[in-house]
Write a protein of this length. Sequence first.
Length: 135
Amino acid sequence: DSNAGALSTAILKHMTKQVILPASNIAMKTLQDAVVTSGVELITEVVYTTETVPNVPLSISALKQGEIDVLVLRSPSAARAVANFISPKDVLALVLVTGNATLEQTRKLGFPRVAMTSETTPDSLVATVTSPNMN
């Protein structure tokens, strides 16, 4: 993930010796691997969990019926959670993602129409959806 790469570069640039990284139970190891290999002591522990809800969300029905135009996914875990309830190949909506890790995950899962925003602001989301390239 390029975000982890950029962050690890910034950490190493400042010759940091010790870093605390609170993480989720499913955190990607990209940042951890990059800084530990460079000799930085990394203190990381799970401070929250990410779990898929047990019951099918009401919105999944509309997504399955093609009634949703845009599905915004802001994390790889969100992409995996949606894929638990609907086969990604059956999602007709444009899937809008806000980062490289989420983009990679949606491609790996097989969502057919995926676009990445340049920023995570509401204006950027709208600009991406209304772009002539998206129609």
